[in-house]
Design a protein. Structure first.
Length: 104
């Protein structure tokens, strides 16, 4: 890779001196933007696959316990039927508090 850079640098210097440095810098800027764009898209796809793997492990809550999430701000309570992730849901812009009741 480094051996390839030496002749490319020589060609870039020749092109820059003879026809102007915009012909060297513009393709380099385009290449940098393209690499950044592809890296961002790759990160999005990786995150989406991670979320799909989490959803595949969704399990129903057992019948011997009852899990509620309650909102400290407005008092809303949500009954959990199927646990998708370990993360608590959000309400009024903050995480809800979890309360598990053991049923006898
Ligand atoms: Zn709320």
């Amino acid at each position: 890779m480094i051996l390839l850079l030496v002749p490319l640098a020589a060609v870039a210097v020749i092109v820059g001196i003879n026809w102007g440095w915009q012909w060297v810098l513009a393709p380099l800027l385009g290449l940098a933007l393209l690499r950044w764009l592809l890296g961002s898209l790759r990160a999005l796809v990786t995150d989406a696959k991670h979320l799909e793997a989490q959803e595949a492990t969704a399990t129903p809550v057992g019948s011997d316990e009852r899990t509620l999430f309650w909102c400290e701000e407005c008092g809303t309570e949500v009954l959990l039927l199927i646990r998708g992730t370990a993360r608590a849901p959000s309400h009024c812009g903050q995480r809800m508090h979890e309360r598990t009741e053991i049923l006898s």
